[in-house]
Design a protein around this ligand. Structure first.
Ligand SMILES: Cc1cc2nc3c(=O)[nH]c(=O)nc-3n(C[C@H](O)[C@H](O)[C@H](O)COP(=O)(O)OP(=O)(O)OC[C@H]3O[C@@H](n4cnc5c(N)ncnc54)[C@H](O)[C@@H]3O)c2cc1C
Length: 482
């Protein structure tokens, strides 16, 4: 009998965001000698941190979806299980052209589980709720077909324009920085159309997705995840997950090279070569864990089947963080924050997070009367054009004061501000245009066929930590045969 081939011994990971770091952990666990190449000087990619007025805050992702236990499980493995926290109750609001409303708590992307829920009915009006409840009567085939569908097309067909304009557009704008008419529903709400097929209506599919995964969020003894609490965070911020992951990788002997941007990828006889920061690196296995345009650009010479298949670059998101003294905010006038409907006149921000109103740990760290607000700007409204709006730091700061005052109903003046900053995420949110899911699947298939290559990250898995963590584990498991 011939002996089985020797297990591959070395692996390269390009990209040190959550997908790259988690890939490195899975590969190291499988016994490989792993090197991670990261272009920037910080680890974690979109799960970053910054310090404003002495407070260490999340500069990108600040929570995770609890519809699966993927992130909670990873946090627990890294010793952070006891630090998983639910946001403060009260939920978020939505700013509509006719004023602010509490955002119904039982939705997926703003799609309500029950159109007659009092909060939903108040937001939609009787006629809007009536139209939305037609969803229960329509055949499941409406919107559940295999053809490609945008979020807007699905919602409009099943529940009508008011659900789209008054609930879904603000939520999708806040999370994905894009118009729901442009986004592939199977990418940004995975499983929803399958749920529609299985349960017969969109509302029932939403209800099924809202049932929290066993264990998710349940590790916060003070505040167990209530039904309707769809996200959780970490005491200290999501960036502490990256710190723990990096420490774990170091303890496993993984080589972590920051400031090392990959510029070219080629095949070797036994595996892969990556040129980065002027030096060649080789590995038996290669994991590409960067954004979509960069991944295709780096791989297309070695995997000709994907040449020219670059996905559109994501929107530029600008976040203004204000740390201020304003005791009127102690009463949390808009709960954990407020999403802005695109048609709202006079407000340029697309969302405001009242971070000290959302997380107890942060309110305690900030102290009495001191608050942290985060306003986000930038939304893709047309197929390619990015809208204008404030751009320089000073313009963004001025807009954030105007918008915070209008959205919170509390005056926020320059004199109240202890410190502020602007964080720019250029193209970091993957832009899941209609048809993206099928194109991503084809790219992944071509890369898998190349052998010893995995492609991971938000542009493949869908935006968000829950999707990225679950998909990365699956892909690396497949690669290592774990
Ligand atoms: C502002 C913002 C807020 C968000 N909020 C949330 C949230 O609250 N909850 C949630 O679940 N999700 C949130 N997300 C989404 C979530 O953060 C992402 O889905 C996830 O972090 C993506 O991880 P990733 O590893 O795929 O990509 P990234 O984090 O983008 O990592 C990719 C890494 O690759 C590096 N890289 C790029 N090119 C090269 C190269 N040539 N060579 C070497 N390295 C390279 C980059 O520097 C980067 O570090 C948010 C995203 C943003 C931008």
């Amino acid at each position: 009998m011939g002996s089985s081939p020797a297990k591959p011994g070395t692996a390269l990971v390009v990209g040190g965001g959550i997908s790259g770091l988690l890939s490195a952990r899975e590969l190291a666990t499988a016994g490989l000698d792993v090197t991670v190449l990261e272009a920037g000087d910080a680890w974690g990619g979109c799960v970053g941190s910054h310090t404003v007025s002495g407070l260490t805050l999340d500069s990108g992702a600040e929570s995770f979806a609890t519809r699966s236990d993927a992130v909670a499980r990873l946090a627990t493995e890294l010793g952070l299980g006891g630090r998983i926290v639910s946001p403060r109750p009260g939920g978020a609001w939505v700013q509509l052209p006719d004023g602010p409303r509490e955002l119904p708590k039982t939705g997926v992307l703003g799609i309500p589980a029950n159109p007659w829920d009092p909060e939903v009915r108040r937001t939609l009006g009787i006629m809007g709720s009536l139209r939305a409840s037609l969803d229960r009567l329509l055949p499941a085939s409406v919107g559940a077909g295999t053809g490609v569908t945008s979020v807007a097309a699905l919602v409009r067909a099943r529940m009508g324009a008011r659900v789209l304009d008054r609930l879904v557009s603000p939520v999708v704008g806040g999370v994905h920085s894009a118009d729901p008419g442009l986004l592939d529903v199977d990418m940004v709400a995975p499983g929803l159309r399958t749920g529609l097929r299985n349960h017969g209506s969109l509302a029932a599919a939403v209800s099924a997705q809202r049932r929290p995964a066993i264990g998710a969020g349940a590790t916060d003894p003070g505040r167990p995840a209530k039904a309707g609490s769809a996200v959780a965070g970490l005491d200290g911020g999501m960036h502490t997950l990256v710190d723990a992951l990096v420490a774990d990788l170091r303890s496993r002997g993984v080589t972590l090279l920051a400031g090392t941007a990959a510029t070219a990828v080629s095949r070797t006889i036994t595996g892969w070569r990556v040129d980065a920061a002027g030096a060649p690196f080789t590995g038996d296995l290669l994991v590409m864990a960067v954004d979509g345009p960069a991944a295709v650009g780096l791989l297309e010479a070695a995997v000709p089947a994907i040449a020219g298949k670059q996905p559109a670059s994501g929107p530029d998101v600008k976040l203004v963080t204000l740390v201020l003294d304003q005791p009127d905010l102690d009463r949390r006038p808009r709960g954990t924050g407020i999403l802005v409907a695109p048609q709202t006149p006079g407000v340029e921000a697309k969302a405001l997070t009242h971070a000290t109103g959302k997380w107890d740990w942060l309110a305690a760290a900030a102290g009495p009367g001191r608050h942290v607000l985060r306003l986000s700007y930038g939304r893709v409204d047309g197929a390619s054009a990015q809208p204008g709006g404030p751009d320089s730091d000073e313009e963004l700061f001025a807009a954030s004061l105007r918008d915070a005052s209008a959205l919170l109903g509390v005056p926020v003046a320059a004199g109240d501000i202890r410190d502020w900053d602007v964080v720019r995420w250029r193209g970091s949110l993957p832009f899941a245009a209609v048809g993206h899911r099928a194109r991503a699947a084809a790219i992944r298939e071509a890369c898998t066929a190349a052998g010893g290559l995995a492609v991971v990250g938000g542009w493949m898995a869908g935006n968000g930590l829950a999707a990225v963590v679950a998909d990365t584990r699956e892909q690396i498991g497949r690669m290592t045969g774990a």
